[in-house]
Write a protein that binds this ligand. Sequence first.
Ligand SMILES: [Mn+2]
Length: 306
Amino acid sequence: MTTARHVTLIGAPTDIGAGARGASMGPEALRVAGLAEALRAHGVDVLDRGNLAGPSNPWLPPTDGYRHLDEVTAWNRSVHDAVHAALGDGRMPILLGGDHCLGLGSISAVARHCRETGKKLRVLWLDAHADFNTSKLTPSGNIHGMPVACLCGHGPQQLIEIGGHIPAIDPKWIRQIGIRSVDEGEKRFVHEVGLEVFDMRYIDEMGMRHTMELALATMDANTHLHVSFDVDFLDPDIAPGVGTTIPGGPTYREAQLCMEMIADTGRMASLDVMELNPALDVRNKTALVAVDLIESLFGKSTLMRK
Ligand SMILES: [Mn+2]
């Protein structure tokens, strides 16, 4: 029951895959909100290796269904290498996004590490969106709506090959939670592939506790748990600082329970914190909520727990 006590913070300051500018400022907002200090207060050894570098955002319309494909590829390669290196050093990488297209680089690196070390992988995708678009299905061409499809081998060659294995992961390893916005064609594709999605209706009907029990079931001592936390997972009332707010997300209490139940497993071994957009935030409130929830992922609780 030990979540890693050695963490590496990796900043990826880009909004290259997003439909709104500003997530490029996310890493610094999380630092300003006191992420490293908060983790250290829980006894975690934190190494902030600063920000990765990559191409600037040319803000162009789509070409063949993709916006900024080459720049997205460059950023994801860089994220992949940094995340893979941190895991190789025996540390838990926390990727500070940046938009969610970078989940591809991060999770393909985690999957590579799991192949090399003989671990099983479970991916929790906390998000308002399924991020399962392809160039044929996408209405916008924004690649932050495509990383899960790419991880499952559906996407342009230069993206799907980043982790050195196609597909990088099996759809069966994924549990999506909090979903409430899926495009029409994307909806059919999610169904076809058989993604396990706990959408907001499921959470409304069954509650967050039951949802998380199922999402975290059948892991064992050899499972690497990766959490990809898109801040737009949260209800916009508590988290306005994202590019794509969708009403009707988990409340503060539901989100806390979600994070605490993940912490209780003791299996979280890598984390992405994505899509925080300080340009749309109110006095860094969303970054502060994100830090608060990350603390819960690291075992902060109201009382001593058995
Ligand atoms: Mn997302």
